[in-house]
Design a protein around this ligand. Structure first.
Ligand SMILES: [Zn+2]
Length: 221
């Protein structure tokens, strides 16, 4: 489908994983499939999805359950999907600057290691369309907050005397610091602000804008 983006590194036959643009009909999808989405609040909270499927506040979800999708919705923020191909564990993360500054992806990986015995070499990470360094001007307080969890400055850009950040690169650095193989990380090239005709961009369209999604699920074989 043209409104779907398939990450190249999450193409195992026992999972379905994709990012969407803003034209994706989530209502139709929800009519057909069970999808768990947390109540996103820019936190560092990671939810483990077992039997209780009531929506709870969190910005990341991990599960080893099959037959249910997990997902996050975004508009400029970075959607991240994870898959451990050996332990058969999946995760979905909503990483805006606040959650990135709080280390949401690191927390997610730490839980995968701790609770599911995942090993870093088996984990594949896909980062969907988000506002990229070209368009994401921020204040010094955002950079100061991000520095606490992000070991290198590679995600900070100076454009026309303004400070910009790239959330995907900041999260890539955090993933590498947790032992993830760089070859296992895929990053969409699309900037949601540059491509605001295709994607919802909070910065471009404002508060009332729609959302796009990152969704992953394991099949019941
Ligand atoms: Zn851009």
């Amino acid at each position: 489908m043209e409104n779907i983006i398939y990450p190249e590194n999450l193409n195992s036959s026992d999972i379905i994983s994709f990012f969407t643009d803003k034209t994706f009909d989530i209502k139709k999808f929800l009519e057909k499939y069970e999808v768990y989405m947390p109540i996103q609040k820019h936190t560092d909270k990671v939810l483990l999805l077992w039997e209780d499927k009531n929506p709870k506040i969190a910005d990341a979800v991990i599960t080893s359950k099959k037959g249910i999708f997990i997902g996050v919705k975004v508009a400029d923020c970075l959607p991240i999907l994870l898959y451990d191909s050996t332990k058969k564990v999946i995760a979905a993360v909503h990483a805006g600057w606040r959650s990135t500054a709080k280390g949401i992806l690191k927390n997610t990986l730490a839980k995968m290691y701790e609770i599911f015995n995942c090993q870093s070499k088996d984990i594949f990470i896909a980062m969907g369309p988000s506002i990229r360094g070209c368009c994401y001007e921020v204040g010094q307080e955002v950079i100061d907050a991000l520095k606490a969890q992000t070991s290198s400055d590679e995600y900070i850009l100076f454009l026309n005397g303004k400070k910009h950040i790239d959330l995907a690169i900041a999260n890539k650095i955090q993933a590498l610091s947790m032992g993830i193989n760089i070859k296992n990380i895929w990053i969409s090239k699309d900037c949601t602000y540059c491509n605001h005709e295709r994607y919802s961009s909070y910065r471009f369209h404002g508060k009332g804008t729609g959302r796009q999604y990152g969704i992953i699920g394991m099949l019941e074989l």
